[in-house]
Design a protein around this ligand. Structure first.
Ligand code: MG
Length: 261
């Protein structure tokens, strides 16, 4: 009887623990609200033309270098007009045809003037530094209007979503073009799939350092802790976020493939 009671006690404790674990699985659990990164006003914008060894993946003309992320046989369905790429939310995420391991990326983005909404519902998009599957699978560098827009700091513009707030808030206001310059070091995995070395990222926003060789804990997750799953060279993906605010735009996107240097 004594052992049976102990067993029942252990079993009910285990059930209580797993119920607690389930109860903890909420998006809010991985939101961080403080400290709020200080505001740094970036210097005047300077056009950064691609260097000689860059692979230009968007030059303002077409989406020949891109496909639909959820169906890679399908062309990318976003809008190209006047040299600018604008998100078409119902067409879903788009990703590069090419795959990369370590690279340098330059990308410019603009929140439309007169953007509406608040928090995560105000100009939300994202750059997945490696797309590891359909939907939002991968490692997201957040794009959002964070000029004046309160949200959790590890979800504001320039965050590695739900892992690292930007070091400072270097956002320009809606209606102005902004840039990300990224140095991405992909994670490495052993043949059996075990993590050998984590991903690392450095990001400048509008010429200001906002992520400094940050070591990622794994792939971006909306709920729960990030974790790694083995993958090889991966496309770069742009997010069509479902928030109802006006779609944002991109231009001048180029990559320097560091494997080739
Ligand atoms: Mg996003």
């Amino acid at each position: 009887m004594r052992y049976r009671s102990l067993f029942l006690l252990a079993a009910s404790a285990a059930i209580a623990l797993s119920a607690a674990a389930l109860a903890q699985n909420k998006p809010e659990d991985t939101e961080v609200w403080t400290p709020v990164p200080s505001v740094v006003t970036p210097g005047a914008a300077v056009a950064v033309a691609p260097p000689s060894d860059a692979i230009v993946v968007f030059d303002g003309k077409n989406l020949d270098e891109w496909v639909t992320a959820n169906d890679t046989a399908k062309p990318a369905g976003w809008t190209v007009a006047n040299g600018i790429l604008t998100v078409k939310k119902d067409a879903g995420n788009i990703q590069t045809k090419r795959s990369f391991t370590d690279y340098q990326l330059h990308i410019e983005w603009k929140i439309p003037a007169g953007i509406t909404g608040e928090g995560q519902y105000r100009g939300n998009s994202g750059v997945f530094l490696a797309s590891t599957g359909a939907g939002d699978a991968g490692y997201e560098l957040q794009v959002l209007d964070s000029f004046v827009n309160k949200t959790y700091v590890n979800g504001q513009a320039g965050s590695i979503y739900k892992q690292a707030a930007p070091l400072v808030n270097a956002c320009r206001k809606p209606g102005e073009w902004q840039s990300y310059d990224v140095a991405w070091s992909a994670p490495r995995f052993a043949p059996g799939g075990a993590l050998q070395s984590p991903a690392r990222v450095t990001v400048l926003q509008n010429g200001v350092l906002i992520q400094n060789n940050f070591e990622l804990k794994g792939e971006t997750t909306f709920i729960g802790a990030p974790s790694y799953q083995a993958h090889g060279p991966s496309p770069i993906k742009l997010q069509a976020h479902g928030d109802p605010s006006a779609p944002i735009s991109f231009r001048n996107i180029w990559v320097r493939d560091l494997a080739k240097n």
